[in-house]
Design a protein around this ligand. Sequence first.
Ligand code: CP
Length: 336
Amino acid sequence: QTMLDHSPKLDLTQLDRLHDQSILSAAQFDLPLMREIMKLAAYMQLRKFESGHALEDKILAAAFFEPSTRTRLSFESAMLHVGGKTLSVADAKTTGVAKGESMRDIGQMFNSYADVVVMRHTAQESVQDLCEYLRIPLINGGNGSDEHPTQALADWYALMKWRPEIAFGKLPEKFRLNIGIIGTPGNMRTVKSFLTLALLFHENINHITIFSEMADPLGDEIREMTNSSPITIDFSRNLEQSLEYLDVIYMNAIAFLGDGYRFLGDAFSLSNQSQLKPDTVILHPLARGPELSTDLDATQHNLYFNQADGAVWLRQALLIAIFGRVRHVVPREFIA
Ligand code: CP
């Protein structure tokens, strides 16, 4: 059963909450909104709903002042799929930023040239700075070590296609998920955003183990968030010992720590020699390092390529909701 079998009709009152909105943080999403955005993506991906002209009058500016493969290209691909057009900054050195141009002036230009902006920037405060001057929605494509909300939505979209009951049912206690997160939510944006959304599924998550060599992988902000969650969160430095109970393993290779990238190396690594349960799935936002062996690519544990592939559909759904065009792609009989 897919999530669409569980809940076939779209609740537009939820999707309308995204109309004209910026997406800056995973914390903007609650469970009812998550369900509907995932279903809209699934309708386009799995049921091939016609959406080829939905945004033909819209322009997306992809402003990437920090390197990216998947986020920029999947947003551009998403926009092109729904008939929109794209403008792209793939390298900060090719813009006025290299000459010290201010966010105020950059924002004014985006207002004139585009209808939505996706920005990645090394500075955490960049999204708030730009928002002050923008009159069009901004999507945070990764701001320093803070957040990467649409990556987390793509992560959970992959998990909902894998096991839709996570969001659309209640798993019996013995099937509730045990999730392992390799990384530090306190300073890794993908990990923080993934964990933020994970807390929404507390009815179906048994516990979360964070694997890190850091003394305090959470930091104050995340600790406050997790303290108020019913999910048990613990910490470990021994991945091998935990593999026998983990259903989902979320890995990452790269942390952005303000002064530059740090590669985590292979302190916690997986290969086809790892003693994974037969049905364990691995998520990784990519790019990968030595922690994730390519010999897992051809196994049933690989959900990471599905995660990257689904990101296009998830981002397509977000753009359609932001522009208030859901009714353009969803036939009336599928609307609640
Ligand atoms: N997952 C992700 O953010 O990948 P990119 O850095 O290639 O955009």
